[in-house]
Design a protein around this ligand. Structure first.
Ligand SMILES: Nc1ncnc2c1ncn2[C@@H]1O[C@H](COP(=O)(O)OP(=O)(O)OP(=O)(O)O)[C@@H](O)[C@H]1O
Length: 624
């Protein structure tokens, strides 16, 4: 990496970002070991329920395979014990083999069945996993898209979303881990059963040998999760930095402003901070691994010594001892699988809990409004003493605003940066609901209205608009395709003076507007803005809102757009937010906002001669 040059001022380290409130507490910080272990059955049940919704037949197949695995493991060990008698007994080799043959045939058959059931289980798991991942991923995206817009401003919302993404990623391995855990558990229980039949003393010794490994794996998973939790905020910022730094959209700004070194330094610094936290956990995980291995090893030695003593003292026959050796090995192999996959399932459960908590939180933040349908066209929108506070902000962004908008009228909203203009448009469209006062559409309070019916009636050109990586046609029709034919699309393209530019593209309306993708084309900033305007016009909305719609356009483009707005204003309510006060001449009335309050309200001529803020701002713009 190229570090900033020596003479340059070194960049400050990236800010430590933390969020406050109950969400900043690691939910597992207080949970004890037993509580953590006891989560496993619930998690397995949950995975099973999730998989059941996806593919019942595959789940049944998976469960049957587990059962077959258990039965064949028991048959294998019992037959092995039976075969050991003749094989280790006295007599001619041929006779001993003949005597052992039926049991050996059972061993071979049981091994074959066990392998076949593993293959079938893998097939069933592969039928479930991709669809399970898609389902959870789509559920997460939908939950985020459907929350009240105000949720985005809530502290820690993005961090919890990042934590939930991890839950989606874990669904890739979740079913495999659960299936392997169950199969190994069944193998282990079967082997333990056989072992305790051979000699009851062996079982407790074996369990003691394996318990420390289990405890060690769960404790390590807990440390890993703790680190993951501490790193969430840095990982979110790092992910955003990565996108902003590498997307071609901002490549000019990054290069021409000499940001590259700084961003790379920042990106690396964030990564190193994440690494430092991970490394700080290494001694703890080493201690856990060493102690659990030491305890496990000591108990295992005890198990072998006990077996040797039982055989040497004649308490068990050599054939039983040989079977016991196989049973111990089988149990240990199964146990390491149980521990490994159990820890993975346990780990998954932590991320699934995060995902579920986020989905629950998002569901609780979904719009809780009435179901009253708003009719079209809208004749009158009234704001009565409306106020709105963003979460965590001291001052309201909009404060006690009263206003009436009528069909056929154009309202211009002006004011300095941060005076609340965009927030006012969010309140008029019901994107945010007022904290105090009310907004009504033809008498229907937006708090009681079905938001979908409201948004069917709105068209918005926001200040920062999306440049969709779609074809030109979809960039115009997105959200409201209107059936066959392109006539209406061309009409909207014409309305913003884009016909020539679109016809000049390699595939006209079919051109993909994504420079990064093969065959894609790119538009200029002003052309993108014209397309955003044509999108709103195509909707022919009863309420048209344009927030700085011409900020990137040339004078001809700007003139054309405002002429068009005037021409179609008769059928709708129109709101224009603008800093170019000359443009407010087309408005029937103008409001000036200051710190969220209306300080002036009138016509262009009236306000020019009123000697207030409007006249002041107009004079400043003309003096340049
Ligand atoms: N999503 C948000 N979360 C929190 N605060 C916000 C959010 N959007 C705006 N604000 C705050 O609300 C206040 C009003 O912002 P708003 O965007 O409505 O102003 P504006 O008049 O449209 O400004 P501009 O002329 O710069 O576009 C500002 O103090 C701003 O910091």
């Amino acid at each position: 990496m190229t570090r900033p040059t020596a003479q340059a001022v070194p960049p400050p380290p990236p800010a430590e970002i933390t969020f406050s409130g109950h969400q900043s507490v690691n939910p597992l910080g207080q949970a004890g070991f037993r509580a953590l272990c006891s989560q496993l059955p619930a998690v397995l049940r949950r995975i099973c329920v999730m998989a059941w919704r996806i593919d019942r037949r595959a789940v049944v197949l998976l469960l049957v395979c587990q059962l077959v695995t258990g039965v064949s493991a028991a048959a294998l060990l019992t037959a092995t014990a039976r075969a050991m008698g003749p094989l280790l007994g006295s007599g001619a080799v041929g006779d001993r083999l003949r005597d052992a043959l039926p049991a050996l045939a059972v061993v071979a058959a049981a091994s074959g069945v066990a392998r076949a059931s593993v293959a079938l289980a893998t097939y069933a798991e592969r039928r479930i996993t991709p669809r399970l991942t898609t389902e959870t991923d789509c559920a997460l995206v939908e939950a985020v898209c459907r929350v009240e817009a105000a949720a985005y401003a809530v502290d820690g919302f993005a961090d919890r979303q990042e934590a939930a993404e991890m839950g989606v990623m874990r669904t890739h391995v979740m079913v495999t881990d659960a299936q392997r855990f169950m199969a190994a558990l069944i193998r282990m229980v079967t082997a333990c059963g056989v072992l305790s039949v051979l000699n009851p003393l062996m079982l407790p010794l074996l369990l003691l040998a394996v318990a420390p490994a289990g405890a060690g794996a769960v404790l390590t998973a807990r440390v890993d999760y703790e680190i993951h939790y501490a790193n969430i905020a840095d990982r979110t910022v790092r992910g955003m930095t990565r996108w902003w730094a590498t997307t071609p959209k901002y490549a000019d700004e990054v290069r021409a402003n000499g940001m590259t070194d700084y961003i790379l330094y920042w990106y690396r610094a964030l990564s190193e901070r994440v690494d430092r936290r991970s490394l700080s956990a290494a001694p703890r995980t080493l201690r856990i691994a060493l102690l659990s291995s030491l305890a496990g090893g000591a108990f295992l030695v005890l198990t072998w010594v006990a077996l040797a003593w039982l055989t040497a003292s004649g308490r068990i026959a050599p054939s039983v001892a040989a079977t016991a050796v196989i049973a111990v090995q089988t149990t240990l192999a199964a146990l390491s699988q149980v521990v490994m996959n159990g820890a993975a399932v346990f780990h998954t459960s932590l991320y699934l809990s995060d995902m579920q908590a986020f989905l629950d939180d998002a569901a609780a933040r979904a719009p809780r409004r009435g179901g009253t349908e708003v009719g079209s066209p809208v004749e009158e929108i009234r704001l009565e003493e409306v106020s709105y506070h963003y979460p965590g902000k001291e001052k309201p962004a909009v404060d006690g605003v009263s206003l009436t908008l009528r069909r056929g009228e154009i309202l211009a909203v002006v004011g300095v940066n941060g005076s609340g203009k965009s927030t006012l448009t969010r309140l008029v469209t019901g994107i945010h609901l007022a904290d105090k006062g009310r907004v009504t559409w033809d008498g229907v309070d937006l708090a009681d209205a079905d938001p979908a019916s409201v948004w069917r009636c709105t068209g918005l050109v926001p200040q920062i608009f999306a440049q969709w990586p779609l074809r030109v046609r979809e960039n115009v029709t997105l959200g409201q395709p209107r059936g066959a034919g392109d006539d209406e699309v061309w009409e909207s393209v014409d309305a913003v003076g884009m016909r020539e530019a679109v016809e000049g593209l390699p595939a006209g309306l079919d051109t993909l507007l994504a420079r990064e993708i093969f065959g894609g084309a790119e538009l200029s900033g002003g052309q993108w803005q014209r397309l955003a305007c044509s999108r709103a016009l195509y909707r022919r909305p009863p309420l048209l809102i344009l927030d700085e719609p011409t900020s990137q356009m040339d004078p001809r483009g700007e003139h054309g757009i405002f002429e068009r707005i005037k021409a179609i204003a008769g059928d709708r309510i129109t709101i224009v937010v603008t800093h170019r006060l000359e443009n407010t001449k087309i408005a029937d009335h103008i409001v000036v906002l200051e710190e969220g309050r209306i300080t002036e309200h009138g016509t262009y001529d009236g306000l020019v001669h009123a000697g207030g803020s409007f006249a002041d701002l107009l004079r400043l713009s003309q003096e340049r």
